[in-house]
Design a protein around this ligand. Structure first.
Ligand SMILES: [Zn+2]
Ligand SMILES: [Zn+2]
Ligand SMILES: [Zn+2]
Length: 295
């Protein structure tokens, strides 16, 4: 039996999206021309059992993402709450859309970690939106499940993840349903740091702490050779190759795992690539926009 809660994947790209602004790489050139090849920065849309609407992350492509989420023929969905994993650009870039110049929404609840709420509230544009009553920000403690709206039929839980912290801290967000738990973990510096933080020596034990059935995890880069001219160690993420090495083949009791937060340079963006086949042959997936997960 399902709980009547659905989670729609509304974005699968790294913060810059695909095509990335000003990029003439092959992947971006094809996506500039063909709308269907575009990928928006990571975002999830959750519909509660009471029909209430909630998003995780608020990106520069909010308009397109709300359209993808909306059931054909109905009015475009408007989220009642937003939960934010961390304050890096791509995860919050769309927040201004809620304000006076665009949607002019009222009393939208924004959930963040305590540290991130403090830093977020300190921005002059955010302060103005709070004064205008467009948004209300709420600090949530790590590990404490909360219902974004009373009676929505699911809860959210922020858990801390080591990730470059110049603007605040970083969470993964767990969506706890009655039957299943989904982990949304778009950014981390490395498995080594995350496992050390949780005193675990393998990825499966980390998932077990939180009883995860389905995980959407950081797949920013395929390998370290990907960004010619930029030092990839300054933009730390585990590569999909690292993750495959740690995970090996999917075993019977493993959670479903999909990679997202894909950089434009990642060869798995090409559905015919040998790298994507390697992921699939191991029993794992590349997340796709529009896919619906149930809780
Ligand atoms: Zn990111
Ligand atoms: Zn590109
Ligand atoms: Zn980040």
């Amino acid at each position: 039996m399902t709980s009547g809660v659905s989670v729609t994947i509304l974005g699968t790209a790294q913060d810059g999206g695909i095509p990335q602004s000003g990029c003439s790489c092959r992947t971006c050139m094809e996506a500039h021309k063909d709308f269907k090849l575009r990928k928006y920065p990571v975002c999830l849309g959750v519909i509660g059992s009471d029909g209430s609407k909630h998003i995780i992350e608020i990106t520069k492509n909010l308009s397109e993402q709300l359209m993808i989420w909306t059931t054909i023929g109905k009015e475009i969905f408007i989220p009642e709450t937003v939960s934010i994993s961390h304050l890096h650009l791509g995860h919050i870039e769309g927040i201004g859309q809620f304000g006076k110049p665009v949607m002019g929404l009222k009393k939208i609840d924004i959930f963040l970690s305590r540290e991130n709420k403090k830093n977020f509230d300190n921005r002059s544009d955010i302060r103005l939106m709070i004064e205008d009553d467009n948004i209300r920000t709420h600090a949530k403690e790590f590990y404490q499940p909360f219902e974004p709206k009373e009676g929505c039929g699911f809860s959210l839980q922020f858990i801390p993840i080591p990730h470059r912290s110049e603007l605040g801290d970083t969470s993964a967000i767990i969506i706890n349903g009655k039957e299943r738990n989904i982990l949304f973990m778009p950014d981390q510096d490395s498995w080594e740091k995350t496992l050390e933080y949780y005193s675990k020596d393998n990825v499966r034990d980390f998932f077990r702490i939180f009883d995860i059935d389905e995980a959407l995890i950081d797949g920013t880069f395929w390998s370290m050779e990907e960004l010619p001219g930029r030092n990839i160690s300054e933009i730390p993420h585990p590569t999909i190759q690292d993750s495959l090495q740690l995970l090996g083949k999917k075993m019977e009791d493993d959670p479903e795992i999909s990679f997202l937060h894909l950089n434009h340079s990642n060869p798995v963006n090409d559905i015919n690539s040998k790298q994507r086949k390697i992921v699939e042959l191991n029993g794992w997936k590349i997340a796709e926009m529009g896919n619906v997960l149930t809780l």
